[in-house]
Design a protein around this ligand. Structure first.
Ligand SMILES: O=C(O)C(=O)Cc1ccccc1
Length: 315
């Protein structure tokens, strides 16, 4: 059976662009557009798709709430790849509608948040409406009797649904980028590449002074660099948070593996989300970081051999 790949659809989303960047050889007939991020998770969990691609975080807006909630509380899936995609927004309308005729604009919440200043300056009287994706907005605008006059979406989506561009580059930050992840059902991990990232969710054991510092210490003392730390409500009441962390390295690396064991000992729960190759990001320094003294892979291996010798009575 052919491998199918679910993504946040319909055709023309930034997520589709991310999927095609991750799987450049995939046939269009194997791509499964889904109506929401939760539907992508569902398709992968039920085995209707081998993998799924969803937006995880944006450089301007931060984490994508549905993706975070599914990763934290949903039936576990593994992140097996990531890609960062630059996002450029264009305002599209039906043929014959000009900027003065735009009273209702539709788009994805993350796109709206990134175009607020432009909208306030250029369409101050237009109502903004959020829908499941930027391409869903373009599709809705193209329908006869559409409830919206214009959509904020990728150029490819506007063209795909036969709309006319009214203004391009309308994002408040020209350098905005979104990080997307590919998900699979739990199984073998991608092999270490030497430039990997590991994602996890950590639940503290109890609320006490220094609890977060203890968590962070597990990485600091082992020379493991963190690339992201986001607190999210657990859903169990006000003031109850878990922490979503990304770290440089692979769980097969000694330092990261020991940091995870340390977390497992001092925290109530740790959900491992995956180790996968880091996205090639021109702005990121992908040279392996220089670990602090005693924190290299060789140091860890030597210390493990030494302990084994003591335990076996050879020292
Ligand atoms: O709606 C889309 O096209 C998506 O893929 C989600 C999204 C929306 C805005 C910025 C990045 C990703």
């Amino acid at each position: 059976m052919r491998n199918r790949h679910a993504y946040l659809g319909p055709e023309g989303t930034f997520t589709e662009a991310a999927l095609r960047a991750l799987l450049p050889d995939a046939d269009t007939e194997d791509l499964v557009p889904c109506a929401g991020v939760d539907a992508v998770f569902g398709a992968v969990r039920r085995g209707e798709a081998a993998t799924g691609v969803v937006p995880l975080e944006n450089s301007v807006e931060g984490g994508v709430p549905t993706t975070m909630a599914e990763l934290i509380n949903g039936e576990p899936l593994l992140i097996t790849a990531e890609v960062a995609v630059p996002v450029e927004f264009t305002l599209f309308a039906r043929e014959g509608v000009d900027a003065a005729g735009v009273k209702r604009v539709a788009t994805h919440p993350h796109a709206l948040a990134q175009c607020r200043r432009w909208l306030a300056a250029n369409l101050p009287d237009a109502e903004a409406h959020t829908v499941s994706s930027t391409a869903a907005a373009a599709q809705a605008v193209a329908e006869p009797g559409a409830p919206y006059d214009a959509a904020i979406c990728a150029r490819i989506a506007g063209e795909r649904y036969g709309l006319v561009p009214l203004a391009s580059g309308i994002g408040d930050r020209a350098d905005a980028a979104t990080r997307f992840v590919q998900l699979s059902r739990p199984g073998p991990l991608p092999a270490p590449t030497g430039a990997d990232r590991t994602s996890m969710v950590v639940f503290l054991a109890d609320d006490h002074a220094g609890a977060l510092a203890e968590l962070l210490d597990q990485f600091a003392v082992r020379g493991v660099n963190l690339t992201r730390l986001e607190s999210r409500p657990t859903g169990d009441g006000l003031g109850r948070y878990c922490f979503c962390l990304d770290a440089d390295g692979h769980v097969a690396d000694a330092a990261l593996g020991e940091a995870l064991m340390g977390l497992r000992r001092v925290c109530a729960d740790v959900r491992f989300l995956g180790s996968y190759p880091r996205a090639a990001d021109e702005s990121a320094d992908l040279t392996p970081f220089l670990p602090s003294r005693g924190a290299s892979e060789a140091d860890y291996q030597a210390a493990a051999r030494w302990l084994e010798e003591i335990r076996s009575g050879r020292v």
